[in-house]
Design a protein around this ligand. Structure first.
Ligand code: NAD
Length: 361
């Protein structure tokens, strides 16, 4: 029997509640399809600061390097808000991404039909939205040197540098074409090639890579237009790829299309071991009260099955179970509306596991 080692980093707040449910779902998949999962839990974020004085202990990093995949919850909370930036819980996640060379962040924004009314956009615009933003995660403005604030004559000067090399663009473009190939074979590359030199190079490299993917339709879109098109006509998009800063902004915008934060999964790919996490944070306002929506974490586990373990049929089974439980009218508080049945985090997890089990019988 194939055995997979999954490192679970629940982190803080609702991270702990939602990863517990996602692990139950993976266990059910394991039983259903006959693969073994070995789950190893480790500390990260605020919990790790409290126990070891660092957001990402060496032992956690070592464990992650040996895993087939990492299931991550969320980190942070008011308890650690006053720490200096370099000691905060979020540093743990950044260090992990860097250490594992996770250069591409995948964020699907799929609107479930029964949640159309939870979207701030009109039904006629948003119904049927099913897109995926791929954001380059380790380069560009957030990492480029020189950076900083310096004194100049007559005041101060702030500097950040947007830098991309050909190999950095090529690897994320290649990954994007591969992903688009498994979806509806349309890739939109987003840049600002009318103004930025970096974007001119970006576009050039993406076009070169596209030669290897004649079956995927490539289009280029300027970032300002893309921001507008996402809310005017989201149905035109399938897979989007863009650099770090543009991706940060556009993926949040795309997230809003799909309604609640509690529904949005993500994957960070690149090196040997990938990391899967819900898009949301630790939600201190509801933590520890069984109110969190575990669906984002469960759909992140589905992405883990698809991208790290190459089990697309099992990923689809999990997504179907989520859909069917929503179809039956069960809702956590964040997506609850009149006429639906309110359930807590644990119960929602239980319902999805039970539905999944029926898909294996
Ligand atoms: P948040 O995502 O934690 O919460 C925003 C709002 O959405 C809250 O009202 C919360 O109750 C709600 N919400 C979020 N996830 C939910 C879920 N699964 N079910 C139901 N409701 C949900 O964002 P925030 O309040 O800005 O941040 C809280 C903490 O989380 C901060 O310390 C922040 O730094 C951290 N954070 C961590 C990550 C991460 O680890 N990747 C991401 C974002 C924020």
């Amino acid at each position: 029997m194939t055995n997979y080692k999954i490192v679970v980093l629940p982190g803080d707040g609702i991270g702990q509640e939602v990863t517990t449910e996602a692990v139950k779902v993976l266990r059910a998949v394991g039983q259903g399809v006959g693969v073994g999962f070995e789950f190893e839990e480790a500390l990260c974020g605020g919990a790790a600061i409290d126990a070891h004085g660092t957001p990402i202990p060496g032992a956690t990093l070592d464990l992650c390097r040996t895993a087939d995949a990492i299931l991550f919850g969320a980190v942070g909370g008011p308890k650690w808000d006053d720490l200096p930036p370099e000691q905060r819980p979020e540093r743990g996640l950044l260090a992990l991404r860097k250490e594992l060379d996770l250069f591409a962040n995948l964020r699907p924004a799929k609107l479930f039909p029964m949640l159309v009314d939870a979207s701030p956009l009109k039904r006629s615009v948003v119904e049927g939205t099913d897109l995926l933003v791929i954001r380059e995660l380790t380069g560009g403005l957030y990492f480029g040197e020189p950076r900083g604030i310096e004194k100049i004559q007559g005041g101060m000067r702030g500097i950040n540098s947007m830098i991309y090399t050909t190999p950095e663009i090529e690897r994320v473009a290649r990954l994007a074409f591969e992903v688009a190939r498994k979806r509806r074979r349309k890739l939109t590359s987003v840049d600002k090639a009318n103004v930025l030199a970096v974007s001119t190079l970006w576009r050039q490299v993406v076009m070169e890579v596209s030669q290897d993917y004649p079956d995927v339709t490539l289009e280029h879109m300027l970032v300002d237009n893309c921001a507008m098109q996402l809310i005017l006509n989201p149905l035109q998009f399938d897979t989007l790829v863009t650099e770090n800063t543009f991706g940060d902004i556009l993926s949040d915008e795309a997230a809003v299309l799909a309604g609640s934060m509690g529904m949005l999964p993500s994957a960070s790919l690149g090196g040997k071991t990938a990391l899967y996490e819900p898009v949301h944070g630790t939600a201190p306002d509801i933590a520890g009260r069984d109110l969190a929506n575990p669906i984002a974490a469960i759909l992140s586990a589905a992405m883990l099955l698809r991208y790290s373990l190459d089990l697309p049929a099992e990923a689809e089974r999990v997504e179907t179970a989520v859909l069917r439980v929503l179809e039956k009218g069960y809702r956590t508080k964040d997506i609850h509306s009149e006429g639906t049945t309110l359930v807590g985090c644990r119960r929602m997890g239980e319902l999805i596991v039970r539905d999944l089990e029926t898909l294996y019988t």
